[in-house]
Design a binder for this molecule. Structure first.
Ligand code: PMP
Length: 406
């Protein structure tokens, strides 16, 4: 691993001092949700302790302070993701909400005969809303296939593209395999046939800092909780021209210009898509999480995590009968594996007894499990606050599980 003061960084995360089942916690479920540094926790406590008020509504001081902090967070998100206009950042409750917002909006644009492409390695939240959209509109959902190494088959993607393709949805990084998908190429090729592209950044945003303007992507969605921020908040980026065209998702307060019983007119961006009182503390703390990650630096984070991933891969593969799913050279921070003849759930239960948190199951990506003809995997997912020593503990625990369960 590259030089990186991981011990100092670990001090920032109070939860890492916890004991679980009598052992020091080894948290390797970062793909499900990341842990939160004190700076993010403090930011939320500060809001509720000192300036809790509803935003965009009051002339009073607290409301103005809260509104300013919320809008500063929007700007931080804008700058971090390389977004041109602040109003292209829509606060949502997370990735799932953001995808549903876009899918709902496209109901008015799609018709029978139109096609939408989704990759074979999507999270259910990037499959089900599009299936529902296709049911509503009569459009057809087609799947970009993957291969044994867990990579998308790009030749097949090209064959699937046609003038009927209206939308393409792909995750930047697969949460079940860790594969980094070639989104630049996907965006360029989809645009050539006039299709819009939505990139699901839920799993990449903690590891890779994208520049959305340079990528020229139409929509990008993510959740703050994957990147050291709180749960219940995330963002939708959409190109202004798309967001202006899309109808609102939910009606309510905040998203209107004028309401009468005869007719309502909608507010401009971003408010048109932000009905109701949002997760104010969460939004502000999302900004704090972005600050925190950038202080460490994404180059440093990526280099360190890549070192950890290589080390863990090598060490785990020394265990006889252990198979890793997702062996692309382009991957980040996730190792999905099984022990020959042993159910992943049993492995997860034994390693938990040793204080190690991994995820077991289909990881909300059942089509991937179907592809490999397995019920699920054990998934260890890493963050920059994990250490080589923790990897060693995982390897020992998996060996122990193997011994007990064989
Ligand atoms: N897409 C991917 C790739 C994910 O990993 C996740 C979360 N596991 C989601 C979408 C859904 O995110 P959320 O539950 O925060 O809406």
């Amino acid at each position: 691993c590259v030089s990186f003061d991981v011990q100092k960084i670990r001090e920032d995360f109070p939860i890492l001092k916890r004991k679980v089942n009598g052992h020091s916690l080894v948290y390797l479920d970062n793909a499900a949700t990341s842990q939160k540094p004190q700076a993010v926790i403090d930011c939320m406590v500060d809001y509720y302790s000192n300036y809790n008020a509803n935003i965009h509504r009051g002339v009073h001081t607290l409301s103005q302070e809260a509104t300013d902090a919320y809008e500063v967070a929007r700007k931080k998100i804008q700058n971090h993701f390389g977004i041109t206009h602040p109003e292209e950042v829509i606060f949502t409750s997370g990735t799932t909400h953001a995808i549903n917002l876009v899918a709902n909006g496209f109901s008015s644009f799609l018709k029978k005969g139109d096609e939408v492409l989704v990759s074979a390695m999507e999270h259910h939240s990037n499959i089900v809303p599009w299936q529902m959209l296709c049911e509503r509109t009569g459009a057809t959902l087609k799947v970009i296939p993957m291969n044994e190494t867990g990579e998308l088959v790009m030749e097949d993607f090209e064959k699937l593209l046609s003038e009927s393709t209206k939308l393409v949805f792909v995750n930047h990084v697969s949460n079940a395999l860790g594969t980094i998908n070639p989104i630049e190429e996907i965006i360029i090729k989809a645009h050539k046939v006039g299709a819009a592209v939505l990139i699901d950044g839920a799993q990449s945003c903690a590891h890779i800092k994208p520049n959305l303007n340079a990528l020229d992507v139409d929509f990008y969605v993510t959740s703050a909780h994957k990147m050291c921020g709180p749960t219940g908040v995330g963002m939708l980026y959409g190109k202004k021209e798309w967001l202006e065209k899309l109808p609102p998702y939910q009606g309510g307060g905040e998203m209107i210009k004028e309401v009468t019983f005869e007719k309502t007119t909608y507010a401009g961006l971003p408010h048109k898509f932000e009905a109701g009182t949002p997760n104010i503390a969460g939004g502000i703390a999302f900004g704090a999480a972005i600050d925190y990650l950038n202080e460490i630096g994404f180059k440093e984070i990526t280099a360190y995590e890549d070192g950890l991933l290589s080390y863990a891969t090598l060490e785990l593969l020394k265990i006889e009968g252990l198979k890793i799913y997702g062996t692309s050279k382009n991957k980040t921070s996730v190792i999905s594996f099984n022990l020959d003849g042993i159910h992943p759930y049993d492995v997860g239960t034994i390693v938990d007894k040793l204080g190690i948190a991994v995820r077991t199951g289909h990881h909300c990506a059942q089509p991937i499990m179907d592809y490999y003809k397995i019920p699920g995997t054990v998934r260890a997912s890493f963050s920059f606050y994990n250490t080589k020593e923790e990897v060693d503990k995982l390897v020992e625990a998996v060996k122990r599980a193997k011994m007990m369960l064989s």
